[in-house]
Design a protein around this ligand. Structure first.
Ligand code: ATP
Ligand code: MG
Length: 391
């Protein structure tokens, strides 16, 4: 008995001539995610990716399906038995194969799909025959075509017949890296990991950059951010992690800048450094976890001033979201518990008592002209350390 996994494409299925390119990216991502589960062969037909383990009797289907549930670009996942395209083969295997799924059910229905139109029976005829077979074997079941506990699917496709007991929802979205790449500014907080998840879902590959300020921020604070990146990799794939020493810049800002402008000036410095590193890697966009009006540095005026420090596109997927909504996603993706660990971030180190909520670009530029920050930026870029986080 041979089993496979069918992963149905989501939004990709709607793409026109480019579809093949998206499918190839998705297959590459699936291969990467399943790399530790043993040999598989992958192919794509009719908006479905066929994942066939070389040795299906010993394959960890549950583990692989759990991994696939995090892969963007997949609408639904099914574990299916592969049969010959004959009613005889289908009827002789269906009951044994779906027995466990039907054990607790009270109602079921059979849904047949026949993309191979040469198959002699129509879809309603297939459903009726298979349904009759199941009823004759499992006397506790009733048919409910509207709201069944279990749907038994029979799919007659080009390469064979497949039976499975329903679909597991996939992560949706677009395959990571099919939309290009961006640099995520990641803190240890709740928001930026959620921003990573949301942009990866739209098909962006991500690199990450983190600013640390030792000795004001600890090694444990840094490790917390690395842990957050590790927790993101099931969704994002492997992440480049750039760690920037930021202490000297913060100290210079404290010395030379009006206190109430400190945060927004610091954010402009972060943008400049992130831009430098992104441009070296040909990365055209930055991502932040900012949300409008959440804190003083996230007012419209402050965001305008922050944007002005970079020529790159700045993506802020959380801009219109409430904290409650962000927390819900953070819990769902498993980053919340790490995010709330109480380690300091460089942003909290020199927080002004009364931050300016309506900064003016001209005032900021004047304040920045009071000291020569360019060499400090060069030094921070030169001292940046890179780690690869594979998860
Ligand atoms: P988060 O929960 O992501 O920390 P926040 O609500 O605490 O966000 P801020 O501290 O103002 O907000 O930071 C806004 C954004 O700036 C963050 O979402 C992140 O993208 C970026 N950022 C803040 N601190 C750092 C840091 N130390 N390193 C890299 N990026 C940072
Ligand atoms: Mg923060």
């Amino acid at each position: 008995m041979k089993e496979i996994i069918l992963a149905k494409n989501g939004e990709i299925a709607l793409k026109g001539l480019n579809r093949r390119k998206f499918e190839e990216v998705l297959m590459r991502n699936i291969k990467w995610r399943l790399r530790d589960f043993g040999k598989i062969s992958l192919s794509c037909m009719q908006s479905t990716i066929y994942i066939a383990p070389e040795d299906s009797a010993f394959y960890d289907f549950d583990g692989a399906i759990d991994a696939l549930r995090h892969v963007f670009g997949i609408a639904s996942i099914s574990r299916a038995i592969v049969l010959e395209k004959s009613m005889e083969d289908i009827l002789s295997h269906v009951c044994d194969y779906v027995e466990n799924d039907l054990f607790d059910a009270k109602t079921f229905k059979v849904e047949a799909k026949r993309s191979d139109k040469h198959f002699p029976l129509t879809s309603p005829q297939i459903s009726a025959e298979v349904g009759g077979k199941i009823l004759s074997r499992f006397h506790h079941l009733k048919v409910d075509v509207h709201n069944p506990d279990v749907t038994v699917m029979v799919e007659i496709r080009d390469r064979g017949a497949y039976i499975h007991a329903g679909k597991i929802p996939g992560a949706g979205g677009m395959p990571v890296s099919s939309s290009g790449e961006a640099m995520l500014l990641i803190s240890g907080g709740i928001d930026s990991p959620v921003a990573a998840y949301m942009m990866a879902k739209r098909g962006l590959a991500l690199s990450t950059i983190h600013f640390q300020s030792p000795p004001y921020t600890s090694e444990r604070a840094l490790e917390k951010v690395v842990t957050l990146c590790e927790k993101l990799t099931p969704y994002t794939g492997r992440l480049a992690f750039y760690c920037v020493p930021f202490t000297e810049i913060q100290e210079a800002l404290r010395e030379h800048c009006p206190e109430e402008l400190f945060t927004v000036m610091m954010r402009r410095m972060m943008m400049r450094i992130a831009t430098r590193i992104a441009q070296e890697k040909n990365i055209p966009a930055l991502v932040t976890g900012e949300s409008l009006a959440q804190v003083a540095s996230q007012t419209l005026d402050a965001l305008y001033c922050t944007d002005n420090a970079t020529p790159l596109v700045v993506l802020r997927p959380l801009i219109g979201m409430d904290k409650g909504e962000i927390i819900r996603i953070s819990r769902d993706i498993g980053t919340f518990e790490t995010s709330i660990l109480p380690y300091e971030d460089c942003c909290t180190v020199f927080t002004p008592r009364h931050p300016c909520t309506k900064p003016k670009l001209s005032v900021l530029e004047k304040a920045e002209a009071r000291f020569d920050y360019a060499p400090l930026i060069e030094k921070a870029v030169a001292d940046t350390q890179l780690r690869m986080i594979t998860g």
